[in-house]
Design a protein. Sequence first.
Length: 263
Amino acid sequence: MENNRLLSAENIIMSFGGLKALNDVSISLKDNEILGLIGPNGSGKTTFFNVVTGIYAPTEGNIFFLDSDIAGSSPQDVARRGVLRTFQTSRLWLELSILDNLLLGMWMREKPNSLTAILRYRKVKEDFRVKAAEALEYMAVFSEELAGSPYRQVKELALVDRRRVEICRALLARPRLLLLDEPAAGMDPSETRELMRDIRKMQEKAKSLGVIIIEHDMDVISDIAERVVVFNFGRKIAEGTFGEIRKNKEVREAYLGKEYADA
Ligand SMILES: Nc1ncnc2c1ncn2[C@@H]1O[C@H](COP(=O)(O)OP(=O)(O)O)[C@@H](O)[C@H]1O
Ligand SMILES: [Mg+2]
């Protein structure tokens, strides 16, 4: 493996009964890279994230993260090694505040025995102050406004702001690899642009972070991804810069009926 290789999924097959949701897929990612993963609905994008994050063990293939083979590891183990994700539908605690959500995310990453710290009240109080400051510093990278109103309930926030909180929560666990599953789903074009800009900003702040972002809109991905992988029916049909893949015949066909087919 190359030295700056963060993730290398090799020849992954994921079968569900007779269906190969992933069919001999290989994807690698360098440190600090933002990779776009696009493809029509049902092409295997989310399944790829599920396999990398340990929700499913691949039927065949290897997944190297840093220097370990993580194929078949548990989701907790994969997360502890530094692979974090967001889901297509938000998984925030809606009744709780922005800050509560961020702090809960931070505490969940810690080893179970640190719960004994609950018995040591002063330490917890100090810990809380430090963690809250860190959480809001990260939140401010996305939005001064959200960081400035940390006690607002998440359920009062617009979808795009909930997504910001969610991505921020994942980042506070200091991942090396962040997997974003359609973060812009349900947002209008200007919200989407803002969110992509924010994701880029936070990736720069994190310094040592690879990102794979799933989208089905090619225009959205063209904004943010340095390199793009295209799936269709569980196969990787193209890979390259946005300029390269948009010229690819198979990619155009996969998107037939959309504007790129006859562009
Ligand atoms: N747990 C599962 N059991 C059976 N089929 C599944 C499962 N998860 C995904 N699939 C199937 O795998 C294919 C790819 O799904 P998915 O990865 O969710 O696509 P995408 O995220 O690209 O829209 C679909 O046909 C889907 O129905
Ligand atoms: Mg999906």
